[in-house]
Design a protein around this ligand. Structure first.
Ligand code: SAH
Ligand code: SF4
Length: 355
């Protein structure tokens, strides 16, 4: 991003990377196979600099350094929860702060990454939404969160990252120019199966339709939070632009295109969207799409005095959904002690540095 004129190797789709590297070596009368060697260093190792690529002659490493950018953000802060969840606050080249979270669970290690610095959607229950939008992340800044987290996980014996979710800061489908290539890079470059990558959206209809057209089976999580348009509008301003019926059409298209089973995210806020009469409406929407429903107790944020739903309300929702044949899980938020929910660590850091 910004001033460095060198192309960012972590932001190029693997085919383009190899083509550019091959052209680079050819120009310098070096064998073309060096392109594959470099690509292997990038995707199959976690070296930080071209200078560490030991099977490349030293002058060729220097030439690479001049021609390309291999760059990762610095960890401004790393917090580790009692439950093993780890949150990184990354400082980007221009000083922007974004976060990613590593969530271990059994044999899985899920990375939750950010797609934007801030978010323009303004959802009323979300700390990132209140903090506003700063800028888009580049594809390289998205995949660099993965590569840097991979190294952290290896160094701290967390094992390999098995799943990636685009559920950190930002609305991924409002940054499709970077998110599409980043999906390709994680999948075909780093070799993470498409079925292990999930994009979470608040309902950007054109983005859902674009994702449906891709041949890979990336997962889709839809942040629903209300089964009726009127209530949803109070929580999610985007509902005015893409109302529920239109959104459901897009989800049907995603489903019909042979995509993976859709997940509905439903954050349960006490006396706001947890009325028992809403559960059958939710069951109907989910049932039609055979969607999986995650019920998530609301994580309080400083901007609202809302509380999470009482456990009996959550249980009643769960039971209603189950009775109607909908698969449902109640997700306890992870890493509460380190504020690992959407956008919160950055919020705290900003408060501390007085912005
Ligand atoms: N913009 C995308 C992805 C990032 S938000 C989206 O909205 O889907 C990731 C998830 O965290 C979303 O499901 C969002 O609704 C949820 N979330 C945001 N603030 C929350 C809060 N205070 N408590 C619980 N979940 C929250
Ligand atoms: Fe943005 Fe998602 Fe937060 Fe809404 S919930 S403000 S879309 S990050």
């Amino acid at each position: 991003m910004g001033e460095d004129p060198r192309p960012d190797v972590l932001g190029m789709e693997p085919e383009e990377l190899k083509r550019r590297l091959a052209a680079h070596f050819e120009e310098r009368d070096e064998p073309r196979y060096r392109a594959d060697q470099v690509a292997r260093w990038i995707y199959r190792s976690d070296v930080r600099h071209f200078s560490e690529m030991t099977n490349i002659p030293v002058p060729a490493r220097e030439a690479l350094e001049e021609a390309f950018l291999l760059q990762e953000p610095e960890a401004d802060r790393t917090s580790r929860s009692n439950d093993g969840t780890v949150k990184h606050l990354w400082k980007l080249q221009d000083g922007e702060l974004v976060e990613s979270v590593l969530i271990p669970s059994g044999s899985r290690l899920t990375l939750c990454l950010s797609s934007q610095a801030g978010c323009a959607m303004g959802c009323t229950f979300c700390a990132t939404g209140w903090a506003g939008f700063d800028r888009q992340l580049t594809a390289g800044e998205i995949t660099a969160q993965y590569r840097a987290s991979l190294r952290w996980a290896r160094e701290h014996e967390y094992g390999p990252i098995t799943n990636v979710v685009y559920m950190g800061m930002g609305e991924p489908l409002a940054n499709r120019a970077s998110v599409h290539p980043s999906l390709t890079i994680l999948n075909r470059g780093f070799g993470l199966g498409a079925r292990r990558i999930t994009v979470s959206t608040v309902g950007v209809v054109p983005g859902i339709l674009e994702l449906a057209k891709r041949s890979e089976q990336f997962g889709l999580a839809l942040s629903l939070h209300a089964p009726e348009s009127e209530l949803r509008r109070e929580l999610i301003p985007l509902e005015k632009r893409y109302p529920l019926p239109e959104l459901m059409d897009a989800l049907r298209a995603f489903d019909a295109a042979g995509g993976r089973r859709i997940t509905f995210e439903y954050t349960m806020i006490r006396d706001v969207n947890d009325g028992p009469e809403l559960a059958p409406a939710l069951a109907e929407l989910a049932g039609e799409l055979r969607a999986f429903v995650n019920l998530i107790p609301y994580n309080p944020i400083p901007y609202r005095d809302w509380k999470p739903s009482l456990p009996e309300r959550i249980e009643s929702f769960r039971a209603t959904l189950e009775e109607r044949g909908v698969e449902v899980a109640v997700r306890e938020p992870r890493g509460r002690d380190i504020d690992a929910a959407c956008g919160q660590l950055r919020g705290n850091a900003l408060a501390q540095i007085g912005e």
